[in-house]
Write a protein that binds this ligand. Structure first.
Ligand SMILES: NC(=O)c1ccc[n+]([C@@H]2O[C@H](COP(=O)([O-])OP(=O)(O)OC[C@H]3O[C@@H](n4cnc5c(N)ncnc54)[C@H](O)[C@@H]3O)[C@@H](O)[C@H]2O)c1
Length: 251
């Protein structure tokens, strides 16, 4: 649910388009659900429906992975889970720091879903001295004065910013100077980063505004006595680029 951007070409060095990369997590989520139900194989149509993507697009995406499925049988679920996880770099553990341990930062730290997807919360950082040493999700909060040392000691390359917007750029600059090359920004501010640093921005209020737009349109159509179009019911959070609207906005 966040968007991406930044100083990257539309096609990655290994030849996989960014739009395909953005859909891989959708396939992985659908495949993981099948795997948990011990479903051995899946057709492109079934998987496309589960991921909310058109099946021709799915087959094209999988061709970039060298995965073509077997006619009449479909795709091997476990093997695809492995292939996509490997492509996304999820077969290794990624230490993540969260900076700004208020309402949102603490909620994210407590979210159990990161670890199961290969992201380990390595450290929690906050500027409030009263927070230092406090346990959140079983991790002691550390003071932001030590941010650079924390990044380097933990070999962190991914930082999550959940500070107030006024300090987000400054926090971002320090994270980048300390070696962080990927940032997930929850603060409602546009971050500037140098080449080679990826920023993805999550903004739930933008999602709500999009829903409000559809609500308004539905209300207008009901008023005119016409049925709302199917598109108005689509779940934008399930969609990716290339006509599938991402649930995130560029940083
Ligand atoms: N993207 C979204 O959908 C979404 C949703 C809710 C909140 N937010 C944003 O997330 C941010 C956090 O919201 P919140 O409700 O948790 O706020 P909060 O006030 O509860 O927490 C902010 C924390 O950041 C810390 N902080 C302040 N300056 C810092 C610095 N320089 N370095 C490290 N820590 C610092 C504060 O001490 C505090 O603990 C805000 O920017 C808010 O607008 C975004």
């Amino acid at each position: 649910m966040a968007t991406g951007r930044t100083h990257r070409p539309a096609t990655r060095s290994r030849g996989i388009p960014e739009a395909t990369v953005a859909r891989l997590p959708l396939y992985l989520r659908a495949l993981t659900a099948l795997s948990e139900r011990s479903v051995p194989t899946v057709s492109s149509e079934e998987l496309a429906a589960a991921a909310g993507v058109n099946s021709a697009k799915l087959r094209k995406d999988f061709s970039y992975l060298g995965s073509y499925g077997t006619r009449g049988v479909g795709y091997d679920v476990e093997y695809l889970v492995y292939q996509i996880s490997r492509e996304l770099g999820l077969t290794q553990d990624w230490p993540v720091v969260i900076v700004g341990i208020g309402n949102l930062g603490a909620a994210l730290a407590n979210y159990g879903g990161f670890a199961s997807r290969g992201f380990r919360v390595a450290a929690l950082i906050d500027a409030d001295p009263a927070m230092t040493g406090r346990q959140v999700a079983g991790i002691a909060v550390q003071h932001s004065d030590d941010l650079e040392k924390i990044i380097s000691d933990n070999g962190v390359s991914i930082g999550v910013i959940t500070t107030p917007p006024g300090v987000a750029q400054q926090v971002c600059d320090r994270l980048v100077a300390a070696g962080v090359t990927s940032i997930l920004n929850f603060a409602p501010t546009v971050l500037s980063v140098p080449d080679g640093v990826d920023v993805r921005k999550v903004d739930l209020s933008i999602e709500l505004q999009i829903l409000a737009f559809h609500e308004q349109r539905k209300a207008g159509e009901e008023h005119e006595g016409t049925a709302p179009p199917v598109a108005a019911h689509q779940d934008s959070s399930e969609q990716g680029p290339d006509g599938d609207v991402p649930a995130v906005m560029p940083a």
